[in-house]
Write a protein that binds this ligand. Sequence first.
Ligand code: ZN
Length: 427
Amino acid sequence: MRSWPAPDPSTLPGPGALPGRGERVHLHDSSSGRLQPAGPERGTATLYVCGITPYDATHLGHANTYVAFDLLQRAWRDAGLDVTYVQNVTDVDDPLLERAAATGVDWAELAASQVQLFREDMTALSVLPPQQYLGVVEAVDLVSGAVRELLAAGAAYRVPGTGGEPDGDVYFPVAADPAFGEVSHLDRATMLALSAERGGDPDRPGKRDPLDPLLWRVQRPGEPGWDAGELGRGRPGWHVECTAIALQHLGTPVDVQAGGSDLLFPHHEMGASHAHVLRPHAQPFARLYAHSGMVALDGEKMSKSRGNLVLVSRLRAAGEDPAAVRLAIVSHHWRSDWEWTDGVLATARERIARWSRAAALPAAPDAAPVLAAVREHLASDLDTPGAVAAVDAWADAALADAGSAVDEHAGDLVRRTVTALLGVHLP
Ligand code: ZN
């Protein structure tokens, strides 16, 4: 699938972009609960961020996730690493088909239109594109191949049809992975509750364990399906989609497996278990699991099911500067849950105006300490509120003391720092 255009290379971190280089990045790992080095000391870092199910355009919760891991890519590049980044698109799945049926739109057209909107939103927000951007529809052979491998390894079983359902849906026995549970460390009751809430089917009759996730869904009347040899005609489950794509395009262990915090369980736990069985000699699936916080509106997590969405495309259509939207996101810590309000956006707009005024002064206080502080904060768990505060302090000093500052290049360096490392383009 076509990705989206990369930002102008002259605005990105990398060799020669900024003086010196960034520090090794450490990130909070959801699995160990600790701050860990993210990526190798040199060479190429690998990143897999779970993509959207394209049935409602990019809301601020999505934007928060993709901006967070864009900051990681920028910090990695600034530290001298190359980055291989892969993202999927779940362009066939129950919620997409349900939305298409409810609105009378062809499911494939709905997916294509929403993916296009997502591309435009990511471009506007200066998010670096993945090198591999793969829809499950185009990866069906790859994913069904992984399911057949699991069957051959004795780590998949067919469930008999009951209550009008056909025979042959294939499930993964969580008992097949001795390391199952080591990504999320949740107790069983919590796993069962989250499985029911987040796309699982713990009550489906005939499963060995209520937690066992779907690998292959046999085609039902009116649903799309693809031929997959002994699996029959059908479509893949969600978790194995990401596993198969990551194994194919990144290999294991992946340096960072990332997504919103609502993907920790079951999605990332199950995806890891599939990989542990498929690649027993390349464990763990990921060296580090990173989960971004949720964005709320009116006191509730922003979600399609609640309908309380702020869409990036609507903000853009209303004439909002995407840089202000990005700075509003970046002003919050990537792991924190936070609330979107008009005030958050207004503050970001004012901050951009203040930073721009300071950067345009003919002379300003030395900017080298600002670059050092932004790097230090980013290397320490992508602490963007700390980085923003460092730029704020410099801008306040520059604007308060315009007469006695002597550095003619300070404004330019701060502008380049903010652009390259925070991805915020000042006017
Ligand atoms: Zn995923």
